[in-house]
Design a protein around this ligand. Structure first.
Ligand code: BES
Ligand code: MN
Ligand code: ZN
Length: 510
């Protein structure tokens, strides 16, 4: 894995293989005119590029423009330095138009450009980046972006095309940056863990093996670990998890991980994540096209596991208990079927009208179990509905729940660069879930507001008065297009950074 260090010396004289600087589009008249800047003028240089520019006698922007640099986001221009710098290669990465009033790039722009740079540096041994200069926030953003952009998943490849960049030194003027960078590296590592779990194919990641991996990660971090197998689930009355898992030859599990919160925890937080290791739809089977995407239907579980481990590693003063239901949704002679009635953990009954609305069934069990611990907050996250993608697209999570807490979660998500938007849970939708035979049905009779209907279903299992949030990550947790910024193909690790930010905020403010 890519090594990170901080350094205070000039990048111009660093004895490394490459130096990274940032570029921004030239200002047009009225800097916020909505265009990409003046494409004929040379790009502006980011703050950290000063020493490099001085070594080039102030000509670096002009030189880069000759090579086609415009400063647009995701642009990479490489220039051999021919002795001008100690390093043989200069890598100029575009930050994109700065939309802030000060004309400075946002932390997310720095994070993304760092990810783009890290990808462009694949095959390089040792680089210095100046995107991290000046100040702690820039160093943190650069650390995160670098480690996430350098991520590769090669467990199933004979050989790697080009190894990720070996080592990146973050130029900084801040002696305190080192500690902040260590924390950022731990957060990035948690994101990478979640990506690894999502990227592991479903023939190798099924409920039992997923539970083993979660337990191993938890034990290594000193967490309390409990795994309920199918016999224990039957004994405990977990009808949702058992029903959904009944079609698979690989029986379901429920994993519980607990970080104590140290000696004086400020609050108790329950995390719940959907762990469908593959979703065929079951008897209500999905069309074949793009069904492979359903290897990522355990992204919520992956994020919750990785975040709980992270809380222990950061020694956060918050008690965190993860409750993670795991099942494979398969059609078979033993599968649950439309018209079945399941008795959920806690006693509510649900009429199954569509076996492809399975996530909410395993989550209902897990939410009721998690709430038994009487946490102060409950956050559940899941690849719950295709309707999330219809409403918000592939990069913005939908956040529902109790009003104040769900808004807090959505704001924190946006702050860390995991886009999120609050969605309502209209009361009138509840009656659309009325069932002929059971307490409620698992789907409504229409496609309208599918994301909200799923949230309204989950709300039925959350105790009154508990602060809770449901984060639908169907789109943002899995990236099917080409890489951009620090987002690589496949599992993205969303919403680990949001969850980490919420836990840190609760540690600080209760
Ligand atoms: N896992 C899917 C949701 C999903 C769809 C995630 C696309 C990622 C990408 C979920 O289990 C599902 O099948 N939901 C159904 C619900 C419907 C039957 C009410 C859906 O969205 O179509
Ligand atoms: Mn489904
Ligand atoms: Zn699903």
């Amino acid at each position: 894995m890519t090594e990170l260090h901080t350094r205070t010396g000039s990048a111009a004289t660093a004895d490394v293989d490459a130096v990274v600087i940032g570029t921004l589009p030239a200002r047009t008249n009225g800097a916020n005119g909505g265009d990409d800047g003046d494409r004929t003028a040379p790009p502006r240089l980011a703050a950290g590029a000063a020493a490099v520019d001085a070594a080039f006698d102030g000509d670096v922007a002009t030189l880069l423009a000759v090579a086609g640099a415009t400063g647009r986001a995701d642009e990479v221009v490489k220039v051999p330095t021919r002795g001008t710098l100690a390093a043989p290669l200069l890598v100029a990465v575009g930050l994109g138009k700065a939309n802030g009033d000060d004309g400075e790039p946002s932390t997310e722009q720095l994070r993304r450009a760092s990810g783009t740079a890290a990808r462009a540096l694949a095959g390089t041994g040792h680089a210095v980046t100046t995107l991290s200069w000046p100040g702690t926030d820039a160093a943190v953003a650069t650390a995160e972006g670098t480690l996430l952009g350098a991520y590769t998943f090669t467990a199933y490849k004979k050989s790697e095309d080009r190894a990720p960049v070996g080592r990146v030194d973050l130029a900084t003027d801040d002696p305190g940056a080192e500690q902040a960078v260590r924390r950022a590296a731990a957060v990035a590592q948690a994101v990478r863990t979640a990506r690894d779990l999502v990227n592991t194919p479903p023939n190798d990641l099924y409920p039992a093996s997923f539970a083993e991996r979660a337990a191993a990660l938890g034990e290594a971090a000193g967490l309390e670990v409990e795994v309920l197998d199918d016999a224990a689930l039957a004994e405990g009355g977990y009808g949702g998890v058992l029903g959904v898992g009944s079609g698979s030859s690989r029986p379901p599990r429920l994993v519980r991980l607990r970080w104590s919160g140290g000696s004086a925890p400020r609050a108790a937080v329950a995390l719940v994540g959907k762990g469908i290791t593959f979703d065929t739809g079951g008897i209500s089977i999905k069309p074949a096209a793009n069904m492979d995407h359903m290897t990522s239907d355990m992204a919520g579980a992956a994020a919750v596991i990785a975040t709980t481990v992270l809380a222990a590693e950061l020694d956060l003063p918050v008690r965190v208990t993860a409750t993670v239901p795991m099942a494979e949704n398969m059609p078979s002679a033993t599968a649950y079927r439309p018209a079945d009635v399941l008795r959920m953990y806690g006693g509510k009954t649900v009429e199954v009208l569509n076996t492809d609305a399975e996530g909410r069934l395993i989550l209902a069990d897990a939410i009721v179990r998690a709430a038994e611990d009487e946490p102060d907050y409950l956050i559940e996250t899941s690849t719950l509905t295709g309707a999330q993608i219809v409403a918000l697209g592939t990069r913005t999570a939908g956040v529902m729940g109790s009003e104040v807490f769900r808004d807090r979660v959505a704001v924190l998500g946006r702050e860390v660069g995991e886009d999120a938007w609050t969605m309502p849970l209209p009361d009138h939708i509840r009656s659309e879930l009325d069932s002929r035979v059971a307490d409620l049905a698992n789907v409504t009779g229409s496609r309208n507001a599918g994301m909200l209907a799923a949230g309204v279903f989950l709300r039925e299992f959350v105790p009154n008065g508990l602060h809770w949030a449901h984060i639908d990550i169907a789109g943002p947790s899995f990236h099917t297009g080409g890489p951009y910024g620090y987002t690589t193909k496949g599992g993205t690790g969303v919403p680990v950074r949001t969850l980490a930010a919420v836990l840190a905020d609760i540690a600080e403010n209760g």
